[in-house]
Design a protein around this ligand. Structure first.
Ligand code: NAP
Length: 526
């Protein structure tokens, strides 16, 4: 068998712990029983991955690309079976399932293209200068090499695009790292189906046994054991600040600390400048009502914090936004635990003094459906009460009414790190807010002009990450081809014989990749 996929694992031992997924729309448990991975299985998956790494790291980019494309083909071949299981485990509509599948396929093919071309390894060559005075220069060459087995935690809010064969997995496999997925318990069935597609693809394209494993879990123990395992070399995570930080701390305390690339919470500040509000109030109200409720607010880029300067323009906008958001039909959240957390965090925010509610959907809603809400608070209260700075994951947003531009700048400077920051401005209006723009750029990973933060384009120039706690390492992106850099390290070869060098660094440049040779970017051979 290629890989280790614990589909329907029914072995004895700790695997006696079982669980079911939940259909939030129907408010019932799904039938299938899942078995949590045992310690023995965790160890087996990691040792298979470690063994697989010896071969996988040396497999050509072209062959790995065939593997990634085959994964995409096998996922598509699952067709409606996958869509149906996805919908039954998330309450999300079929259109979203298909859209997310398209994104997942697109990411796999994007990495396939990247590695079959090959220049991504950043090959750098400085040839020897034997007659340099006073010290001759050696021949030194450098390229990126994979880290080793990577553990990927599936995200609850993206069962496909940030889970089993999602961005983290695609990037790690592309880099040459075997992957062990810690499946998210809320969508174990979707995870197992996708895992079966990966295993089939691995078999068809001749990948080493252990290149991919999928482990089920009913609680945090499986993830903890994986992160603590000495043979695991890096971790990818998408989820809450609490979960990401716990894993980061665990990884740092290991005898050999390893990187944890966690993409966590964000409230995505949006700065609303007065002229823009005056001239486009209706359109902005409708646009933001949609953005706040998109996917029932279950996006890491959800605009949870709107900031403006007190005045008629801002008050009129708040009214418009509140009127618009109440018109939107409430929708289902992913799981009773997620709606439970939404209600708890929303109520916690609502109980803070100084907060006013301007919209709170109060008609009857079905079980597991979220009531959207808009609140307002003044700048001074917001500055003093950091509870108000915390993410309320769901269709909730807070409008902060600042006394003046200085207070606006001060609030932005004191925000925690964010994935995104948005400016809503009329033409030229922004020019008088340079301090605000500077402060915003300092706190976020992506700045948006006159748009909404929801919707993350998958392209090379996208940065999906940001200063802590938006992510654990603001130097890297979790989206796009450059996300591969999380799973590699540079390795230098000094005076290494040409025929023993990797193809990427050989004199003949057999892969015809772009390289930096003696400070010149070129595809030529030496
Ligand atoms: P989560 O609680 O962070 O869990 C994500 C994954 O990490 C799960 O597989 C979980 O395992 C594991 N995990 C959590 N804490 C851990 C720990 N201390 N040690 C080891 N593993 C740990 O996120 P979630 O389950 O997706 O959703 C819960 C809440 O997180 C949401 O209500 C929302 O507030 C937030 N969230 C935010 C974003 C965002 O993009 N900002 C995305 C998703 C969730 P188990 O499930 O097996 O316990």
């Amino acid at each position: 068998m290629t890989g280790k996929n614990y589909i329907g694992n029914r072995q004895s031992g700790l695997g006696d712990r079982t669980y079911k997924t939940f259909n939030p729309k129907m408010n019932i448990e799904n039938d299938h029983v899942y078995y949590e991975a045992t310690t023995q299985e965790i160890n087996e998956a990691v040792s298979l991955a470690t063994e697989a790494f010896k071969e996988f790291k040396n497999i050509s980019g072209e062959k790995k690309a065939r593997f990634l494309n085959a994964i995409a083909d096998e996922i598509l071949a699952l067709d409606n079976q996958l869509v149906n299981v996805y919908c039954s485990e998330t309450g999300l509509p079929e259109g979203r399932a298909k859209g997310e599948r398209g994104r997942t396929i697109g990411q796999l093919r994007m990495f396939a293209d990247l590695i079959s071309e090959g220049s991504w390894v950043e090959a750098t060559i400085d040839t020897a200068i034997p007659d340099r005075e006073p010290i001759p220069r050696s021949d030194i060459r450098k390229m990126m090499v994979p880290l080793g087995p990577v553990v990927v935690f599936g995200a609850s809010n993206f069962p496909l695009a940030y889970s089993t064969a999602g961005g983290d997995t695609a990037a790690a496999l592309a880099a040459g790292c075997p992957v062990i997925v810690k499946s998210h318990p809320m969508h174990a069935g979707t995870g197992e189906l996708v895992a079966s597609a990966i295993i089939k693809a691995a078999e068809k394209t001749g990948m080493p046994n252990g290149v991919f494993s999928n482990l089920n879990s009913a609680g945090i123990e499986v993830g903890v054991q994986l992160v603590e395992h000495p043979e695991v070399k890096a971790v990818g995570f998408t989820g809450s600040i609490r979960g990401g930080r716990a894993l980061y701390d665990l990884a740092s305390k290991r005898e050999e600390p390893i990187p944890v690339f966690a993409e966590m919470g964000s409230i995505n500040p949006v700065i609303l400048l007065p002229n823009a509000l005056k001239n486009r109030r209706d359109q902005l109200g409708a646009t933001y009502a949609k953005s706040i409720t998109l996917g029932t607010g279950q996006f890491c880029t959800n605009p949870g914090l709107l900031l403006g300067i007190k005045g008629e323009e801002l008050s009129d906008f708040v009214k418009q936004l509140s009127d618009e958001i109440i018109k939107i039909e409430p929708s289902c959240m992913l799981h009773p635990n997620i709606i439970g957390a939404y209600e708890k965090n929303k109520n916690k925010a609502l109980s803070q003094s100084g907060l006013a509610v301007t919209a709170d959907y109060d008609s009857e809603v079905q079980t597991n459906y979220a009531r959207q809400a808009i609140t307002t608070v003044d700048g001074g209260t917001f500055l003093q009460n950091t509870t108000l700075h915390q993410e309320v994951f769901g269709p909730f947003s807070m409008v902060v009414q600042c006394d003046d531009v200085n207070q606006l700048e001060s609030i932005i400077s004191q925000l925690e790190g964010q994935l995104t920051g948005t400016i809503i401005s009329d033409e030229n209006e922004v020019n008088t807010y340079s301090g605000v723009i500077d402060a915003l750029q300092n706190r976020v990973g992506r700045v948006i002009f006159n748009g909404v933060p929801t919707g993350v384009e998958v392209c090379p120039s996208m940065l999906h990450g940001g200063p802590y706690p938006a992510s654990t390492d603001s130097r890297f992106s979790a989206v796009g081809i450059h996300s591969i850099k999380r799973w590699v390290r540079p390795l230098s070869f000094q005076d290494w014989p040409n025929d023993l060098l990797p193809d990427e660094l050989k004199n003949e440049n057999p892969l015809a990749i772009a390289r930096l040779v003696n400070n010149e970017q070129t595809n030529r051979k030496l």
